[in-house]
Design a protein around this ligand. Structure first.
Ligand code: HEM
Length: 555
């Protein structure tokens, strides 16, 4: 039994009160996690020094005790409030652990199965589920309009705070509305209309290289690791698109000795996990836990610096305007150059936001086609008819092939479980008829929506590209296009959607026309899907192996 003196017990009582008072202050004036951690450490050291000064025996033990009592008092007050009827979200149901601390959501996110867990929670608790002290997950086809798409769509939530609170404007992160719109306009110049059409040539060139790369990578049985091939290809393509090839990245030639792909995915995952509890991100920023984010930032900064230097060197050039050339130019409207710090962060986003989802979507699309030979045969026949002589795959012709687009849409529908958090303004919002208090973090569970029977019929979890064609799966089969949001919608929707769709149309068509493809014997097709983890980035713990044979016409 620990025996403590009267004075020590008085100090413990003081710690309890300090814990409660701290909560009252912090509840009204939240502070950054790293600053809070510094204040706590400073308070601990001050207490220790004060106890030493006053000649307390074993001052270290006593200050540790007081610190523990303080932490317990603060934590108990926080949890009691969050679980009490006084909390603004008390009327929303959900598992109690989740409401007590956002750490639970961070842990579930880290495991990569959050979308399955959320789908289960929605089945148990209904459309609105409280999944954090301040967080609601919503599964309703009518919620997206208020949250993402409508004229007064909500702003990005604290998950999007720039890690390390770097003072920069970059697309994707939480920045003022006007700054975001200005920056988005620049990206749009590159990724729509004439800007976009400049990339067609390089997309076609890189896709031809992919065909050769796949041939080179065959083992003696003709089996190829498609996961790696498509990862390397999309990285090379995005390198050209973002930096005009000035980055010296050639993964299809040199492999990925620096493990850039894994680093990019880990950085995305770290931001997603810690972003569930932004105070945790503030602390993790200073710890090895966020090393992948720092590495990605430094890599992107190096590439952007090289790109800026190359722009003044007239000897180099790939014959098209890359994304950086728009960003490096003056910002339209104000005539000022975008600061280097902004450029470096935008570059990091462009590399990861573009290459990773394209590669992953392509891997799933090929997987589903191999699993559904009838769909594969139908697509092949459409392509053979459209391009009888393996001629150039023009954008105009590719977009006239509805089954090709249907295959891509169906692949995206099944494999993009995004959970994009937005913050309800102080005045509150009415979402699908329910009043949600100001300050709440809300997100539509797109996985539940994209796989819901209400939106897509009784076999909503099956791969049926036909559902997207006129007539669909029959007059009774529902098809709620509004519930299909792989690129998100509204103000913060994906800037690269048109680019990505063209790349995928081109690459799927070229692969189908170039190779006969099948799963290798004994390939565990179910395990491939069973071993998928999504932490915003998608991790495929079992690679997609494909047995390929070059078609005679493609030789
Ligand atoms: C299959 C491919 C792709 C998918 C499924 C996809 C999906 C998404 C989604 C869901 C968002 C919204 C994120 C959020 O609100 O948190 C987004 C945003 C974004 N995407 Fe994509 N994306 C793809 C390809 C690309 C490409 C090729 C680029 C080009 C570099 C790109 C650039 C961006 C950017 C810059 C944003 C942030 C937009 C903003 O905040 O206003 N994406 N993407």
């Amino acid at each position: 039994m620990i025996v403590i003196s009267q004075e020590e017990s008085r100090l413990c009582g003081f710690s309890v009160v300090t814990g409660i008072v701290s909560w009252i202050i912090l509840n009204r004036n939240p502070i950054r996690g790293d600053r809070a951690a510094c204040i706590v450490i400073a308070a601990f050291l001050t207490t220790y020094c004060a106890l030493v000064y006053r000649d307390f025996q074993d001052a270290l033990k006593l200050s540790t005790l007081l610190f523990t009592v303080y932490t317990c008092s603060l934590a108990t007050t926080v949890v009691t409030y969050r679980l009490s009827p006084l909390h603004p979200l008390s009327s929303f149901s959900g598992p109690k652990f989740w409401s007590a601390s956002s750490i639970y959501l961070a842990v579930v996110s880290a495991k990569g199965r959050r979308h399955h867990v959320l789908a289960d929670l929605h089945r148990r608790y209904g459309k609105f589920v409280r999944i954090g002290p301040n967080h609601l997950s919503i599964s309703s086809p009518h919620a997206g309009h208020v949250i993402y798409t409508g004229a007064n769509a909500l702003s990005k939530g604290p998950t999007y705070t720039m890690p390390g609170h770097i003072d920069a404007v970059a697309l994707f992160f939480k920045v003022p509305k006007e700054a975001h719109s200005n920056r988005k306009r620049i990206w749009a110049q590159a990724l729509t209309g004439n800007g976009l059409s400049q990339f067609y040539g390089v997309i076609e060139k890189r896709t031809h290289e992919l065909v050769s790369y796949i041939q080179r990578r065959q083992d003696k049985d003709g089996v190829v690791d498609f996961t790696e091939c498509l990862d390397h290809w999309s990285y090379d393509l995005m390198g050209d698109m973002v930096f005009g090839g000035y980055n010296e990245l050639e993964l299809m030639k040199n492999g990925d000795p620096d493990r850039l792909i894994e680093g990019g995915r880990m950085a995305t995952a770290a931001a997603e996990i810690f972003g569930q509890a932004p105070w945790l991100m503030d602390i993790a920023w200073h710890l090895p836990a966020s090393k992948h984010i720092h590495e990605l930032r430094h890599l992107a900064a190096r590439m952007m610096r090289r790109r800026i230097a190359a722009a003044s060197n007239e000897k180099v050039g790939m014959g098209f305007r890359d994304l950086s050339s728009y960003l490096i130019s003056e910002e339209p409207g104000n005539g000022r150059a975008i600061p280097a710090r902004d450029l470096e962060i935008d570059a990091a986003i462009a590399i990861v936001a573009g290459s990773d989802p394209i590669a992953i979507a392509m891997i799933f699309i090929i997987y589903f086609l191999l699993r559904h030979p009838k769909c594969y045969a139908k697509l092949q026949s459409d392509l053979d008819q459209a391009f009888p002589d393996q001629e150039q795959l023009t954008k105009n012709k590719l977009t006239t092939l509805p089954y090709l687009t249907a295959v891509i849409d169906e692949g995206l529908r099944l494999t993009t479980p995004f959970f994009l958090q937005r913050e309800v303004p102080v005045s509150g919002a009415v979402i699908d008829g329910v009043a949600v208090p100001g300050g709440t973090i809300v997100a539509v569970d797109s996985h539940s929506q994209q796989l819901s029977e209400e939106n897509f019929g009784p076999d909503a979890d099956a791969f049926h590209p036909e559902r997207w064609l006129p007539g669909g799966l029959g007059t009774d089969a529902p098809l709620n296009r509004q519930a299909f949001t792989p690129f998100s919608t509204g103000r913060y929707a994906c800037s690269g959607k048109m680019f990505a769709m063209h790349v995928m149309r081109m690459a799927v068509a070229r692969l189908i026309m170039s190779f006969d493809m099948a799963f290798p014997e004994n390939y565990d097709q179910d395990a491939f899907l069973g071993r998928v983890r999504v932490v915003r980035a998608t991790f495929l713990d079992q690679p997609l192996l494909v047995k390929v044979q070059l078609k005679a016409a493609a030789k």
